[in-house]
Design a protein around this ligand. Sequence first.
Ligand code: ADP
Ligand code: MG
Length: 257
Amino acid sequence: MNTDHLLEIQNFSLSFDNKVVIDQINFELKKGEILGIVGESGSGKSLTSLAIMGLLPKNAKTSGKIPFRLDDRIIDLAQESNESIRGNEIGMIFQEPMTSLNPSMRCGQQVIENILQHKKQDLKLAKSKVLSLFEKVKLPDVERIYKAYPHELSGGQKQRVMIAMALASEPKLLIADEPTTALDVTVQRSILELLKELQQDLGMSIIFISHDLGVIAEICDRVVVMYQGKIVEQGPVQQIFNHPEQSYTQGLIACRP
Ligand code: ADP
Ligand code: MG
């Protein structure tokens, strides 16, 4: 594994009942980069991220390797089901924050529980950590948000709470699966800016998944284009966006609104 790679996906395949849904894919994530995965619905993007997170359904059959660099050793995420490694080193945010937030628990409390799950610490210290995380993700009036229930927040604010939660363990890798798809365009843009800033400030690597190549082009360094479980092409995002080699990618660009 190349020393400047944080993660590699090597000959990874996944099937359900002999139906292949990911077919021999290969890509790498460099330290500190934002890598995009783009493709229409059903192309295998979410399953790829769930494989990295170790959250695949039990009936998924996989082959291949997912080496991940953890300080001075390399672990194969395709083999090991070490939850603490994933929970601490890899954070994930999803399209719909409501499905991941508990509607009957105050936002601050949810992030606190998440922090305490990863690391035993003083409650007061944990609370101040939550407030500083809320500031880091640029939530307004953090004391109010701390006490608010999820339904009292806007969609963009809920997504920021989710990002704060994912950052609580200071992960090396953040996987964002369609994090802006459910948001309107201006909110979408501010979340993209936030992710980019976080990547620059914290030096973490991000895998950013979207069906929209335009969104990918705004924040990613490189992009992997997937179609029906295969990688169609990959490369620097401007190159793919301006000079796509494959007709599938050309179609993705042409059908943008
Ligand atoms: P994407 O995120 O790109 O929209 P997914 O990774 O969610 O695509 O799904 C890829 C393919 O795998 C789809 O055809 C989907 O129907 C299929 N699939 C996903 N989850 C399951 C499952 N639990 N059982 C069977 N097929 C599944
Ligand atoms: Mg998906």
